[in-house]
Ligand binder design. Structure first.
Ligand SMILES: CC[C@@](C)(O)[C@@H](O)C(=O)O
Length: 598
């Protein structure tokens, strides 16, 4: 970090370049046309971008349109000039075939905007699942001062005196509908009750996870991730974030100063303690690769598995976002982990202080919601990383393994943590929806359900379709979850202990493409293995037949971007980034300025 003098601001190359007055005039005139003055643009004030993710298409982030006013006031008060611009929308619940397709597109667009326009620093308006990693990936690549501002979760949902949490209630209500306990109207009312205000999922879904991790990475003001969207504190936080980014520009405090291996390991530890989403390893790998930090998937188990679950939020627990904020949010969790030496305290954060300094004195305000380290909700609550002859890598979230599931599958005293059963294989969610309740498929409580064709190439984009409910006839007999394994993703709000993100995916002719319904599969959580119990020769024969037939078949691309992304995207275990894009690092420093445009 070095103090940056006004003359070094990159925006000066646009607005105040004595060596090229021809271009300076052209750059200036159009930014004057909506009312900015020469005085503002030429006096060396930092130009701060507000990367706006809010829109009517992105209801989770829509409140950023309102918060932008307070960001602007903060920026202005510290002597900066705000330039707000749109980011490609990413709404997990709105975008078909999946918002998984859009993270890399938003990333690409934002890299171009941040690098190609006169910006000295940027506020990243994070929120719905993939907006957070997309913006952090771009900030890591461009490496100008950047600070994240979460839009915050919705208020708690309520129905008949019970908390109804985003997503989590959907999966529960689907079971109730299948079992005939509610009708279609009741289903929609129950689900709608979970969305009572502006903001993103009030559960510990992917949105709250990724914003908590952005704070744990040091990229967000301390204590800010958990503030519910409609609270006054959120407005205040927008103002403080606006103020801080201007100071960060003067201090030249950049993403590469903050996003170190220590910061990523802090985020992994926090993810275990909060019961975070299985989408987090994908996104953290992507951010790490764009900033040049080596973060192999195995770090999730090595650093994260032994960490206990402290946060009692749905889907792993009972409470919701407002409760999380009131109980102390991320700093309270970090302080508990710090007490056990599980946090790299020296990791730097956006406020210029270390994670240790920010969180050391944070206290838990409600022990029902955030537990002290000594009395956790669950020990060893991090992810397991699994491998075998069906895939090289997949992960499992152990904090959502229910008692019922444990008793059914993991309690054989002769073979603890291991079970096997016959596979039923679904090729995409349409196949699953079509056949799940058909008794002829033969699903029993011993069945292991597989979903393939749902990865970054197959879907395309990797959809959240691996969590599958059991057939209605088993739900009515009390079987609420069957083991699910797949090459797609799962909603962070799901309580299903699925084996996810299997890489390489079937569409890349990974081992899942060779699996047949009826094969026996053995899962051993202690050894970290998932294997189909057939000989290597049989597997080799099936592989030859698959390749001779032209490989695993998946639907054709429907848009240009689907086709482009499919040709360059990597697998989920390494972040599903656009392979090759990671060569472009710290481009504000390594590539100089872009050329003039006229
Ligand atoms: C409905 C749940 C979502 C949209 O948030 C999900 O994508 C998640 O992973 O949490």
């Amino acid at each position: 970090m070095t103090e940056k003098s006004t003359s070094k601001l990159r925006s000066r190359a646009w607005f105040d370049n004595p060596e090229n007055i021809d271009m300076t005039a052209l750059y200036l005139e159009r930014y004057l046309n909506f009312g900015l003055s020469l005085e503002e643009l030429r006096s060396g004030k930092p130009i701060i971008g507000i990367a706006q993710t809010g829109s009517d298409l992105s209801p989770c982030n829509r409140h950023h349109l309102v918060l932008a006013e307070r960001m602007r006031e903060g920026i202005r008060e510290m002597g900066g000039i705000a330039l707000e611009f749109p980011v490609h929308p990413i709404q997990e619940t709105g975008k078909r075939p999946t918002a998984g397709l859009d993270r890399n597109l938003a990333y690409l667009g934002l890299v171009e905007a941040m690098y190609g326009y006169p910006l000295d620093g940027v506020i990243l308006t994070t929120g719905c699942d993939k907006t957070t990693p997309a913006l952090l990936m771009a900030a890591a690549t461009v490496n100008i001062p950047a600070i994240a501002l979460s839009v915050g979760p919705m208020l708690n949902g309520w129905h008949k005196g019970e908390r109804t949490g985003s997503g989590t209630i959907v999966w529960k209500a689907r079971q109730m509908l299948a079992a005939g306990q509610i009708d279609d109207d009741g289903f929609i009312k129950l689900v709608a009750s979970s969305a009572p205000s502006t903001g993103y999922c009030n559960t510990m879904g992917t949105a709250t996870t990724m914003n908590s991790l952005a704070e744990a990475l040091g990229m967000m003001l301390p204590g800010s991730a958990a503030i519910p969207a409609p609270y006054r504190d959120r407005q205040e936080c927008a103002y403080l974030t606006g103020k801080r980014i201007v100071q960060m520009v003067h201090e030249d405090l950049k993403p590469s100063d903050i996003l170190t291996l220590d910061a990523f390991h802090n985020a992994i530890a926090v993810n275990s303690a909060i019961g975070g989403s299985t989408n987090a390893p994908i996104h953290l790998a992507a951010i790490a690769r764009h900033v040049g930090v080596d973060l192999p998937l195995k770090d999730w188990q090595d650093v994260g598995h032994k960490i206990p679950l402290l946060v009692n939020l749905q889907p792993a627990g009972e409470y919701l976002g407002e409760d999380y904020y009131r109980a102390g949010g991320v700093p309270a969790v970090v302080a508990q982990l710090m007490g056990q030496g599980l946090i790299r305290e020296n990791a730097l954060t956006v406020n210029g202080k270390t994670m240790g300094d920010n969180c050391r004195t944070a206290t838990i305000e409600d022990e029902k919601v955030i537990r002290p380290f000594t009395t956790p909700i669950l020990e060893d609550a991090g992810f397991l990383v699994l491998t075998g002859n069906l895939f090289d890598a997949a992960i499992m979230k152990t904090s959502v393994i229910s008692e019922e599931f444990r008793n059914r599958y993991l309690s054989n005293p002769d073979d603890p943590e291991a079970f096997e059963g016959p596979a039923v294989v679904f090729d995409g969610p349409e196949d699953y929806h079509h056949r799940i309740d058909d008794p002829a498929v033969g699903i029993t409580p011993e069945t292991l359900m597989f979903m393939r064709g749902a990865g970054p190439i197959g879907y395309p984009g990797a959809a959240e379709v691996v969590n599958m409910r059991p057939p209605a006839y088993l739900i009515t007999e009390g079987v609420s979850a069957l083991p699910c394994i797949g090459d797609g993703r799962q909603s962070g709000t799901s309580g299903s202990p699925s084996i996810l993100n299997a890489s390489p995916e079937a569409a890349a002719n990974g081992g899942l493409a060779l699996l047949q319904t009826g094969d026996r599969v053995r899962i051993d959580l202690r050894k970290g293995t998932v294997n189909v119990l057939i000989s290597d020769e049989e597997l080799a024969e099936r592989r030859k037949a698959l390749i001779d037939a032209g490989g695993y078949a998946y639907p054709a691309s429907q848009t240009p971007w689907q086709e482009i992304q499919r040709s360059v995207v990597g697998q989920l275990n390494t972040g599903a980034i656009l392979e090759g894009a990671e060569k472009y690092q710290r481009i504000a420093q390594t590539k100089g300025l872009p050329r003039d445009n006229h």
